[in-house]
Design a protein around this ligand. Sequence first.
Ligand code: ZN
Length: 165
Amino acid sequence: MSTATDYAVESSEFTASYKPSDITGNYKGTMVVICIDPRVNSFVNSVLPYTVVARNAGGLSKSAVRDIVVSQEIGVRDVAVIHHTDCGMTHFSSESLRQKIKQDNPDDSVVAKLVDEMDFDHIEDLEVSVKSDVKYLKEHALVKKETKITGWIYDIKTGKITRVD
Ligand SMILES: [Zn+2]
């Protein structure tokens, strides 16, 4: 059994030199939807310090709609969907995840029912997935028509980001 991380201890060095973020003059109403993978943390922290960031497994639009709708109320009018190379969501399917979770919870009908109802949204092809997610947001009734939606792929190995839509 693992023990919980003591974040108070882990952050003591951080808090010693901490200065609150001042977004005055830097906030441009931009938002990115990007994966939860910790390998993209340095990109998010270095390149996007004044950007609203919505993170979910894969950086998928469908899971970020609620965040986008809320963010529009603080002026977001530019949303970038960013998927990344070697994403975990390209390595397994919804069905393989369901089977794994059921195997980890044998004879648990509640777990089996919940995972059967959950769509994990496997990514087959990064570029196709990004373009599909951009289209999804452009057509979504709750995303303002004036919001600029773009699609990008972030390369984990090089740190380069390429626009694909
Ligand atoms: Zn990922």
